[in-house]
Design a protein around this ligand. Sequence first.
Ligand SMILES: NC(=O)c1ccc[n+]([C@@H]2O[C@H](COP(=O)([O-])OP(=O)(O)OC[C@H]3O[C@@H](n4cnc5c(N)ncnc54)[C@H](O)[C@@H]3O)[C@@H](O)[C@H]2O)c1
Length: 337
Amino acid sequence: MDAKHVLVTGGAGFIGANLVRWLRHRRPQWRVTVVDRLTYAGNHRYLEEVMDDDEVELVVADIADREAMEGLFSRSAFDGLFHLAAETHVDRSIERPDEFVHSNVVGTFTLLECARRHWGDKNRGGRFVHVSTDEVYGSIEEPGQAFRESTPYDPSSPYSATKAASDHLVQAYHRTYGLDVVITNCSNNFGPYQYPEKLIPVVISALRDEQHVPVYGDGGHVRDWLYVDDHCRALVKVFEEGRRGRNYNIGADNQWTNLELVYAICDRVDEVLARPQGHSRRLVRFVADRPGHDRRYAIDASRIRRELGWRPQIRFQEALRRTVEWYLEHMTRVWGI
Ligand SMILES: NC(=O)c1ccc[n+]([C@@H]2O[C@H](COP(=O)([O-])OP(=O)(O)OC[C@H]3O[C@@H](n4cnc5c(N)ncnc54)[C@H](O)[C@@H]3O)[C@@H](O)[C@H]2O)c1
């Protein structure tokens, strides 16, 4: 395997930090430069274990800062880029959409311009892996249906609208300037290092403290869940073997209603903390639904399975148990909660 130098944007966030660790373990000869603005969702502690390593470097900068990004591309001849930096929390996007336009749209545009200038025109290689979400497809109304790569975009929230805009820009840079891009649209991820404002860590921390667990609406919203390590493996797969200009959906065909998921976490927490079974389920409380809340997401990942031979490797209940154990052990040290 050739040594490579890759840029990981948002590498101090949830998926980015898992990807950097994945690369250190599975591609140890690669050099990794992380660029991250260290917003509330990013944390250099997520990279603690790998930061002493000479092959990993953290640059604190805003991806929408053209001068800073030009500087980065001028000083290093990257072989590729995994673009994960983004504002990602749907509730925050409803309150403050401007940050989402800045990072997700202007930030992506800035990186595309740098990539085009430094790789595209001179055809010097570099592959741009743009990491996006299944939320760009909107909501599925009928059970049994699933998003395919050909499903028209129909985003509902400011978050998914800015991700959709960035996907279109990336595709346009491929078609217009011949930039080597691959776009991935992934379902909901879970695993270590996810900021405790998202569903799974929120539920675990509330249960640990025997607080009520809020569930939106009737708890019947369906999400398709993927363990973050399986996502990281898929990202490296498309970087190494994906077809230029192609979109790949990534998902484990693992749909649960929010209520089923919350109950599964309750049971894992009871198990790990040796509480009587059923103890935590009593803490669930329904709260007012979020505006524009998509009812159902389900992703058809048959293209990446068929063309690249990727498939999830970790069983859901096992991954959930590992995740619950990780949060119970690390939440206080990492976030002081
Ligand atoms: N978490 C999921 O379930 C999921 C699913 C599919 C796709 N995605 C996509 O994967 C990517 C990573 O998601 P995540 O869950 O790890 O998000 P996250 O919020 O945990 O991390 C995002 C990281 O980006 C950084 N960042 C934000 N704006 C920046 C800017 N302007 N300049 C530099 N850094 C900036 C933050 O500091 C943070 O470290 C996002 O693009 C998201 O849309 C996430």
